[in-house]
Write a protein that binds this ligand. Structure first.
Ligand code: ZN
Ligand code: ZN
Length: 427
């Protein structure tokens, strides 16, 4: 892990001109907390920041270069507030650690605490395209396609937004690139760790708005559980939040928080409120079909301690420390009024005990997999959980959904899953 901020920065006092002050100021400049000079065009750095479109920020206070002055201390307090640590304005070890953490390269904005931030424009259409300019060698093409599809599906599940991939090398609304170092947009990547990726907000001009760049110096991974490397699904979903118009949230549980703290393949309520303030909610169902929980098929009957159908729902208690698959075949209208329907989203009504977790959601049309959502990690009351099929392929043979569950140890109540209803909406 790269340490931008040296240990010698910890404990420096106001007025200090120690060598370690400058890296702290550089960090605060890079991420939008500090203007390095009263003349905004005095350095390349500031010029780049002004012209690079995701960096259109309000005026920040000027600091004296290399001196821990009051402007730098003020900026430190703002950073600490966003990072969720006490806003003392002092460079303590916690602050140094936060500045050396893996994060997104898009600057933060001083904002109301614990809230999403918009004001970065939005797209005028709900149907966006994306394309790959290139790929990383860390993963296969298939893995990358599934990861990107998964990332988009988090946003499509809760909004009217839909995302269609167009041919590699063409210019989709959102162009995905894996690059290293200086790659021509004024925001060079920094090698392994540190900054992982960045994306251009919709306020940026064409053609770069929406484009999402990933630092190929990172080791990108997709397989769950992740022991080393950076989760492409999490980082891509975060960057697409920027591409759609969200800035960083200072709610530390949000996907749009600026720091990478391991894999996080879901939207928090803050993210959902943010994206819905721009594009609205998921809208009404059009051709939804539902079946009751008692239609579920359990793959490993011998890994179940208890199963009973209560009227229309199904209660399953998994054996301690087991995994299982539960399958639903959903009633599927294929053609309506002579028109082939499209797969839109899966909906689940279920309740789990505290030691039962919905881990994976796999959606198939016939034998073809159309969504491979691994690591969704939902537990507790799911009154209406949504899982998008972001690309909306045409339905051909009929939909089945496989739900992967993990059961920990604990009482029967802790290891229970009550399956109430499963549904699918077709457009
Ligand atoms: Zn970000
Ligand atoms: Zn870039």
């Amino acid at each position: 892990m790269s340490d931008n901020i040296p240990a010698s920065a910890v404990g420096l006092k106001e007025g200090s001109k120690a060598k370690a002050v400058r890296p702290v100021q550089k960090y605060l400049e890079t991420f939008g907390y500090l203007e390095s000079d009263s003349n905004p065009f005095a350095t390349d750095e500031v010029f780049m920041r002004r012209t690079s479109a995701d960096h259109v920020l309000e005026e920040q206070p000027a600091a004296t270069r290399g001196e821990l002055d009051s402007a730098t201390i003020e900026a430190l307090k703002q950073f600490q507030a966003v990072a969720g640590i006490p806003a003392t304005g002092e460079i303590d070890s916690e602050t140094r650690e936060a500045m050396n953490a893996q994060r997104c390269g898009v600057p933060d904005t001083a904002s109301a605490l614990g809230e999403y931030v918009t004001g970065a424009g939005k797209w005028s259409t709900n149907h966006l395209t994306y394309s790959f300019q290139n790929y990383t060698d860390d993963l296969t093409r298939g893995e990358i396609h599934w990861a990107i599809d998964h990332a988009f599906s988090l946003w499509s599940a809760e909004t009217p937004l839909r995302f269609r991939r167009v041919a590699d090398g063409t210019s989709g609304d959102i162009v995905i690139r894996f690059v290293t170092g200086d790659h021509g947009d004024g925001s060079a990547f920094d090698g392994p760790s540190g900054v992982l990726a960045h994306a251009f907000l919709p306020v940026a001009s064409e053609p770069i708005r929406g484009d999402s760049h990933f630092d190929d110096a990172e080791a990108w991974v997709v397989a769950i559980p992740i022991t080393s490397g950076i989760d492409l699904v999490t980082v891509a979903a975060h960057e697409f939040g920027h591409a759609l118009g969200l800035r960083h949230s200072s709610d530390s549980s949000a996907l749009m928080a600026p720091f990478y703290r391991g894999w996080h393949r879901y939207l928090s309520s803050d993210d959902i409120q943010g994206i819905q303030s721009l594009y609205g909610g998921p809208g009404r169902l059009e051709n939804a079909t539902w079946i009751h929980g008692n239609a579920a098929l359990i793959e490993h009957e011998n890994a179940v301690d208890f199963e009973r159908k209560y009227g229309f729902y199904n209660r399953i208690v998994g054996k301690a420390n087991s995994t299982n698959w539960i399958h639903f075949a959903l009633p599927t209208p294929v053609i309506e009024d002579g028109r082939r329907l499209s797969l839109d989203r899966f909906m689940l009504r279920a309740v789990t005990g505290s030691k039962a977790t919905l881990r994976d959601v796999h959606i198939r049309d016939g034998e073809r997999v159309v969504a491979l959502l691994n690591g969704v990690n939902r537990s507790g009351v799911m009154p209406f959980a949504r899982f998008g099929v972001a690309s909306m392929p045409a339905v051909r043979w009929g939909v089945s959904v496989s739900l992967g569950f993990d059961f920990g140890s604990g009482t029967n109540g802790d290891r229970r899953v009550d399956l109430i209803s499963a549904g699918f909406d077709y457009k």
